[in-house]
Design a protein around this ligand. Structure first.
Ligand code: MIC
Ligand code: SF4
Length: 647
């Protein structure tokens, strides 16, 4: 059996292992981060969940840590008090990025993890079946309900050979993106196997699993072997180890590809998409203004020690600013003990907190038109906080070399020999004092709610018989959730829907909010038209909640990404698919649409007829909804659906 199948079959609570069919799996662990977590816990409370049923749940604070104003701090206090009430581990701000800390301290091979962040599959590096989801789905899983997904198709990625000096796991992740792009991978698991796997440490595997999120897969997973045991031993968690390997029979795999690690070269994802891949050699000479090293993709001990060794005895180029955000306090403490931190400071790096920071665009935004080289995983236009910036995603090695030379440089041309740093120090220093352990749940504990803590979404209405609305915006392909609802400086409103909703589509069309409100005031629904791969990127359910709050009732697109589609359904917004792409071409912004007998069509699992009143023509739209999803939509969303089932 494949590893994927082994874990799914040992956790299945509904359905059978049949790719494409709906299944529900038991969730052993959950994680939340603050930017999605406040809403997740507000919904947990609203659902009246009194007790957590998971083996372990952790609440991290790593995204919203700027604290320019009371809002972030209010959220942190709310999260801390909720953790105490429910018996959840609470990782304080500054302790690190959720995925890095979870890998170090909690992730276990063979178990399932559901996280309210799209990079939750990072834990696939340790052999965990780890999936990203919206906060509401995570809240429901904390209450003990299984998680529903389409049983994945499995693509085997066979690794052979060994990476050459200066070529890294990040280059493998970028190679995978070059092969499979950011679209067309919905419903897949990328399962890594082959001789090459054992040449990679857990941190390197985690880097590759992390960026599977950019392909849009359900998750990525590696075997659990001797290298995994090595990692867990260093973390003093050998007891969490279990061997996990796939059999020789490849019948479970829908397809197989081979990557020869010897052949991989340093790569870069060029502006403005993680799949716009070019060899670094082709970009040589491009002037660089900013270099940012860190994020949940590349901030392990090895990553940062390698950077430190490259920078040792050098200075950051006068025209470059170098920002380094260690992935966790454990990494920071260990590079400090190993002398790496002083090498970074000596070279002239700006040392940032162990948080997401630059990656989410809430700090260290580049200058106008600047070229920024980053080791993070997303370079969508404007995500850095500067719309005109050009962001390239590269390995820490390529980033460090550019920080010295001031130009994009193929690191293989370096005179120095490759600093082959061990994955972890001889003795790993571990101190969990910034993780507050739940003593035991205290349902009477006070929950702190400052003025930034709004109410969770409410007022859900069952799906109407028909929908009369206007096309409020017409979009192209590859619209990301960063386009739908920006993070960066707007992040602090995550727990305040009415306020945050003002920024829906802000990066694309600043008038969307006014138009949507006007339609809503006139009793008309808002309808979004989009191209392929709508909702790429993050798991933020605000990209569904905020449009729903503005009266968006349907998105008609050529195709959807998994997590966003699930979030739309959870908040009662219909994700509909054009039957014919020429209908997309015919439609314009402002067109008045009538989705006729929509309720009945959803009940009967039939296509829906749309009448474009402005153009005077009809067209058909489909959906790819399971029975449960149709029931959720009929009820008006997951919360009313759950309440209905309790009655
Ligand atoms: C991201 O990398 O885009 C985020 C910020 O981590 C998101 C979560 C969020 O929007 O809060 C993600 O990846 O899910
Ligand atoms: Fe944080 Fe960036 Fe990772 Fe998202 S991708 S969890 S913002 S470091």
């Amino acid at each position: 059996m494949s590893i994927t199948r082994k874990i799914i079959e040992s956790h299945i609570e509904y359905g059978e292992f049949e790719p494409g069919e709906e299944i529900a799996i038991r969730i052993d662990q959950t994680l939340t981060q603050d930017a999605t977590g406040t809403m997740a816990y507000l919904q947990l409370e609203a659902l009246g969940i009194a007790e957590l049923k998971t083996e372990l749940s952790v609440s991290y604070v790593d995204h919203n840590t700027i604290q320019a104003g009371f809002e972030n701090a209010d959220d942190h206090r709310y999260l801390c008090s909720i953790a105490r009430k429910y018996g959840i581990f609470f990782s304080k701000p500054g302790n690190g990025i959720c995925h890095q800390v979870h890998l170090e301290r909690f992730a276990s091979p063979g178990k399932t993890l559901l996280g309210s962040d799209s990079h939750t599959p990072t834990a696939g590096g340790i052999g965990m079946f780890a999936i990203g989801a919206g906060g509401l789905d995570v809240a429901v899983a904390m209450g003990g309900s299984p998680f529903y997904i389409k049983c994945p198709k499995i693509r085997a990625i066979n690794l052979k050979g060994k990476l050459q000096p200066w070529v890294t796991a990040k280059d493998v992740a970028l190679k995978v993106l070059e092969l499979f792009t950011t679209r067309g991978n919905v419903g897949y698991v990328f399962e890594y196997r082959g001789e090459g796997v054992k040449t990679l440490s857990v941190a390197e595997r985690a880097t590759i699993a992390n960026m599977g999120a950019e392909c849009g897969v359900t998750t990525s997973i590696f075997p659990s072997d001797e290298r995994t045991l090595e990692f867990l031993r260093a973390q003093q968690r050998a007891h969490d180890w279990l061997e996990l390997k796939a059999g020789d029979d490849t019948a479970d795999y829908e397809s197989e590809v081979e990557i020869d690690l010897n052949e991989v070269v340093p790569l870069a994802a060029c502006p403005h998409s993680p799949d716009n891949i070019k060899p670094v050699a082709e970009l040589e000479g491009t002037e660089v203004n900013q270099v940012c090293i860190g994020s949940c993709t590349n901030s392990s001990f090895k990553d940062l020690m390698t950077v430190a060794k490259i920078l040792e005895g050098n200075k950051v180029h006068p025209d470059v600013e170098l920002i380094i955000a260690p992935g966790s306090r454990q990494v920071l403490m260990n590079i400090a003990r190993a002398g790496g931190l002083s090498a970074l400071i000596d070279a002239g790096a700006r040392i940032a907190e162990c948080t997401c920071g630059f990656c989410i665009g809430n700090s260290y935004a580049p200058a106008t038109d600047a070229v920024s080289l980053r080791t993070s995983n997303r370079n969508f236009k404007g995500r850095s906080g500067t719309a005109s910036a050009k962001v390239y995603l590269v390995s820490p090695e390529t980033a460090a070399v550019a920080a010295i030379s001031g130009k994009i440089t193929d690191p293989r041309g370096e005179e120095m020999s490759y600093p082959a740093v061990e994955p972890l120090p001889q003795t790993l220093y571990i101190d969990d004092s910034m993780i507050i352990k739940p003593s035991k749940k205290d349902m009477n504990a006070d929950v702190y709610r400052g003025p930034n803590i709004g109410a969770p979404p409410s007022g859900f209405m069952p799906l109407p018989e028909s929908i009369h609305g206007a096309v409020t915006i017409k979009l192209g392909d590859n619209i990301t959730t960063d386009h739908i609802i920006p993070a960066g400086s707007r992040l602090k409103y995550r727990s305040n829907i009415a306020r945050y909703a003002r920024y829906v589509f802000e990066p694309l069309d600043r008038c969307f909010y006014d138009r949507a409100m006007e339609n809503r005031a006139r009793g008309k629904y808002n309808i979004i038209i989009a191209g392929d791969s709508y909702g790429q990127g993050s798991s933020r359910e605000h990209a569904a909640i905020c449009p729903a709050y503005l009266g968006v009732k349907a998105v008609i697109a050529k195709s959807f990404e998994r997590i966003h589609m699930a979030n739309l359904i959870n908040f009662g917004v219909l994700p509909l698919i054009f039957s014919s792409h020429s209908d997309y071409d015919a439609i314009d912004m402002g067109d008045e649409l009538e989705l006729m007998a929509v309720r009945r069509s959803i009940e009967d699992n039939e296509p829906i007829t749309v009448y474009d009143r402005s153009k005077g023509h009809e067209f058909g739209v489909n959906h790819q909804l399971t029975m449960r999803e149709r029931e959720i939509l009929l009820a008006g969303g997951l919360i009313p659906y759950i309440r209905g089932h309790r009655r």
